[in-house]
Design a protein around this ligand. Structure first.
Ligand code: HDE
Length: 707
């Protein structure tokens, strides 16, 4: 959020990239053939005003290369943001898996992570209602392992053969390519009404999980049941979970929509800024383990990707942590060209027969062939394993290696190289499993229950989460033009929960459904609620706006900076104009941003400090008042000190009580609004109350939160 110039780490990163790219001797501009160019501002022409000559090879090369700069975007997950980092296990996992990167806590495995939205094209906004991708490439000592995850633990369909149907329904309508990055349209909801296996993921999509505050504040899930394999060849079922240190936090829908206009790069920028300023995001990797003999111990099928294993049933065991500590140097070279593939596994990790996973194991390699223009994309630096690659794969577009010797196996002419296996302990051995059956095209009846888990999700939500979900269903279905589609979805919801279906029906002008006798029992999994995923309760990296004008109380602003700085929050001073404001000590304070260039949706909390002149100017400034009202509406912590408390009082925010009457009253905390009318620097009590309010992210009791 801070301007690029004011981020020294950013500048350093750019400088480093420039140095790396530059000829160390500081060489001149050349063509692709290395010929030195004298001039690149004018094409070669006949006379000063004459036609351009074909002979100008520099001009032709420059334009031709430009014409070919774009590659096809990903068919889904086109918009993304990535970063480098490392993974380290807490202890050896040898008991379950022989995977080398999960054995030794002193070994750090480098990673690259790409986060993404799913529906929108490369240039779409970040804060749309959508699933988020969370794909990790581990560059291990046994080759690359890709954990291609999402921030939902389940998927919309059970069999990969339905993927094109689902994606066609989700993508913009084919006749007018509307809407961009949104699911609120007829084709998606038509599919949902007719394909009840989508419901569980749709419930997640209608929850605030689909509008994360930050990539740094979302969980990741491998979705499928995979397998760990130990050194003796024994398998254990495993589900992968990433848990963010900062907790799971989201925007509210009204805020998400405004953010699309104010800063379409909101999540991308947040990740970049945090890493550039040294605030490295961190996740814990956890696993749910199920012994092979318990495969059928659940009332759902472990192979069904529309089901979770409730954490209360099988706890998530933490096995390691991942830290992202370096931004890429070049978006295209790294974030765009990275190629994930679910079938990139290492010894110790294997698949199950989940039909969605089996399809993915085909699709990812296939899609890279067209997207990256041929079979040699693993030679692109970001895709290259850190171990040596030796095989007989040859030629193809963009081959950048010069192979020699025989390219077949067995051979004697190259001494039999590369040897196959050769007793190397790193050899990959597929889990041995007996598979028996008829060739059929039929879904297993064990995949049939589409209603119990959406019901569990719904019943596990806090009241405010339920309200947001009802609002989301109403919003989405309210954008659906076809009446029968709205009715079809309500009929499906009625099979999950009568109250939910009735509330949605009321909002979208559809007849309220009859109460059914077969809705699932209200089972709960507390781990699903935001309330139980709040993280470490810190205020690290939270963005706090301080509204300032000439005459601002220096001691109060500096005091708040100090208090919040200790907690790791980022404080910005916003004023009507860029430049500086004069404070009560006669100093010129630099303004971080001019108010007209920002909005409350880009910040987590706001403070109005004292200094009577400054407070008066804030109260009279439309942009400042809009800022404060916006922050209040979205439930964000607000604070006022000295005359700043009076500004909040005069705004009559939702009947909130603020401190008044000079130094007498002390700190007042009401509905997440912290005020102290005293004129001195902020005291300990104020600091604690404001810090706690920021750590809580939002005050959920304000009625206008999602209006
Ligand atoms: Fe993907 N998915 N997917 N997907 N997916 C792609 O691969 C596909 C699924 C996920 O940042 C594509 O390189 C099929 C589940 C992520 O580069 C493509 C099926 C989950 C990313 C593809 C699924 C995911 C992708 C598009 C059902 C969560 C972005 C471009 C059988 C566990 C990776 C590309 C990145 C990308 C196919 C379902 C996650 C077309 C066929 C379930 C995070 O290959």
């Amino acid at each position: 959020m801070t301007s690029e110039e004011s981020r020294p780490a950013d500048a350093k990163q750019r400088q480093r990239a420039a140095q790396r790219a530059a000829d160390p001797a500081g060489g001149p501009l050349t063509t692709d053939q290395g010929v030195v160019v004298d001039h690149t501002d004018d094409a070669l022409t006949v006379g000063e005003r004459g036609p351009t000559l074909m002979e100008d090879f520099h001009f032709r090369e420059k334009i031709t290369r430009f014409d070919h700069e774009r590659i096809p975007e990903r068919v889904v997950h086109a918009r993304g943001a990535g970063a480098y980092g490392y993974f380290e296990p807490y202890r050896s996992c040898a008991e379950f898996t022989r995977a080398a990167f999960l054995q030794d806590p002193s070994v750090r495995t480098p990673v690259f992570v790409r986060f993404s939205t799913v529906q929108g094209p490369r240039g779409s906004a970040d804060t749309v209602r959508d699933v988020r991708g969370f794909a990790t490439k581990f560059y291990t000592s046994e080759g690359n392992y890709d954990l291609v995850a999402n921030n939902f633990p389940i998927f919309f369909i059970q069999d990969g053969i339905k993927f094109p149907d689902f994606v066609h329904a989700l993508k913009p309508e084919p006749h007018n390519e509307i809407p961009t990055g949104a699911s609120a349209h007829d084709t998606l909801w038509d599919f949902v009404a007719l394909q009840p296996e989508t419901l569980h993921a749709i419930f997640w999509l209608m929850s605030d999980r689909a509008i994360p505050r930050s990539y740094r504040m979302m969980q990741g899930f491998g979705v499928h049941t995979f397998r760990f394999v130990d050194a003796a060849g024994r398998g254990t079922f495993v589900k992968f979970h990433w848990k963010p240190r900062l907790g799971v936090h989201s925007l509210v829908w009204d805020e998400a929509q405004e953010t699309m206009g104010r800063d379409p790069d909101f999540n991308r920028r947040d990740l970049w800024d945090a890493i550039a300023s040294g605030d490295y995001p961190e996740w814990e990797l956890g696993v749910q383990l199920v012994p092979t003999e318990d495969e059928h111990a659940f009332d759902f099928d472990l192979l069904d990707p529309t089901k979770i294993i409730p954490e209360e049933q099988v706890p998530v065991r933490p096995i390691g942590r991942m830290v992202l500590d370096r931004n890429p140097d070049n978006f295209f070279a790294e974030t765009e060209q990275i190629a994930f593939h679910t079938a990139n596994v290492v010894p110790g990790i294997d698949f199950t027969n989940d039909p969605l996973l089996q399809a993915r194991n085909f699709s990812y390699l296939d899609t890279q062939l067209i997207r990256l223009g041929g079979p040699n994309f693993a030679q692109i630096p970001v895709n290259r394993p850190v171990v040596e690659v030796r095989n007989n794969q040859r030629d193809g577009y963009h081959q950048s290696l010069i192979h020699s010797g025989a390219s077949y196996s067995p051979n004697s002419l190259s001494g039999g190289c590369p040897a196959v296996g050769g007793g190397d302990p790193r050899v990959f051995a597929h889990l041995q499993e007996r598979v028996d059956g008829h060739k059929i095209r039929k879904r297993s009846p064990s995949f049939d229950d589409h209603y119990s888990q959406p019901a569990m999700f719904w019943h596990s939500m806090a009241d405010w989460e339920k309200k947001h979900m009802i609002d989301a269903f109403r919003f989405e279905l309210g954008k659906v033009g076809t009446r029968q589609v709205r009715e079809g979805v309500v009929a499906q919801l009625a099979r999950v929960d009568h109250e939910l279906a009735t509330a949605v029906a009321r909002g979208i002008g559809v007849a309220e459904p009859e109460r059914r006798s077969d809705t699932p029992e209200p089972v709960r999994s507390p781990a699903l609620s935001f309330e139980n995923n709040l993280g470490d309760g810190s205020i690290r990296s939270r963005q706090v706006a301080v509204l300032v004008a000439d005459g601002v109380d220096a001691a109060q602003v500096d005091g708040v900076r100090e208090i919040l700085g200790i907690g790791g929050a980022v404080v910005e001073e916003l004023a009507a104009y860029d430049g500086t404001v004069r404070d009560t000590e006669g100093g010129e304070r630099p303004v971080t941003r001019a108010l007209p260039t920002v909005a409350s949706v880009l910040y987590d909390a706001v403070l109005v400090p004292g200094g009577p002149d400054s407070a008066l100017a804030i109260a009279a400034d439309d942009a400042a008042v809009r800022f404060l009202r916006g922050a209040f509406r979205h439930g964000k912590p607000i604070a006022g000190l000295g005359a700043g408390a009076g500004v909040l009082g005069s705004m009559e925010l939702g009947g909130v009580r603020v401190a008044g009457g000079g130094n007498g009253e002390g700190v007042v905390l009401d509905q997440g609004v912290v005020t102290d009318a005293g004129t001195g620097p902020p005291g300990e009590e104020f600091g604690r109350a404001f810090t706690e309010a920021i750590a809580a992210h939002r005050y959920r009791g304000r009625s206008a939160i999602n209006d």
